[in-house]
Design a protein around this ligand. Structure first.
Ligand code: PGA
Length: 228
């Protein structure tokens, strides 16, 4: 399975040095690990599948504070998280910006991991699927040859609340029917619930947040992924 790690804005320099050392000793068996650290720590990793948590919607140039696709590419980045709900919430990223970022990812031959998710309210009003389809329909995916979609219910991110397998299954199958690309699930996945979650059919992997910060727990998760 694909196991993407979103380290978010965690770790100081010394903590990251320690993390990288332990990360290199992880045994992932046949699983494809992708690590997405803060951009300033990208050069700390070598010989791994490297992802960025964001990409600038601008070309390189006079855009203070932005990290361009060209810069990321030169640091060995092959994957990039796009449309994560925390970017939408805190940076107020619009669909136009997301589409521009997708264009940049394509231009610099990176594989976007596009995050979409429903809210608790969507679930209560039985409109989760409609919301996700609508969101995906607004994205310019036609010209992309290679991308993944991560289904991340917003109410599940960092809360410990995970939807039932059949709810995830329903959304994953519907997405896959429209977009036949690898589909990940993300939102409060841990070393214990992964034992259940891995049985969702059609699921190609996971996008992990909190659990990815703790290498021992991550190792347990990877072991549990292997066991039937
Ligand atoms: P979480 O985060 O695993 O901490 O819920 C997932 C994510 O935001 O991608």
């Amino acid at each position: 399975m694909i196991v993407a790690l979103n380290l978010k804005s965690n770790f100081t320099k010394s903590e990251m040095i320690d993390y990288v050392q332990k990360y290199q000793q992880l045994s992932s068996n046949e699983h494809q690990l992708i690590v997405c650290p803060s951009s300033c720590y990208l050069p700390y990793f070598s010989n791994v599948n490297l992802g960025a948590q964001d990409i600038s919607c601008y070309e390189q140039g006079s855009y203070t504070g932005e990290i361009s696709g060209a810069a990321l590419k030169s640091l060995g980045v092959h994957y990039v998280l796009i449309h994560h709900s925390e970017r939408l919430k805190y940076q107020k990223e619009s669909i136009e910006i997301t589409n521009q970022k997708l264009k940049m990812a394509k231009q610099y031959q990176m594989i976007p991991i596009i995050c979409v998710g429903d809210t608790k309210e969507d679930v209560e009003n039985n409109r989760s699927l409609g919301k996700i389809k609508e969101e995906l329909a607004q994205l310019e995916l036609d010209s992309l040859s290679n991308y993944m979609i991560a289904y991340e219910p917003i109410y599940a991110i960092g809360t410990g609340e995970v939807p039932k397998n059949n709810q995830i299954q329903m959304i994953i199958s519907a997405i896959k029917e429209l977009y036949p690309v690898p589909i990940l699930y993300g939102g409060s996945v841990n070393d214990k619930n992964v034992i259940d979650l891995k049985h969702i059919s059609g699921l190609d992997g996971f996008l992990l947040g909190n659990i990815s910060l703790d290498i021992e727990a991550l190792q347990r998760l990877l072991i549990n992924l292997n066991e039937m």
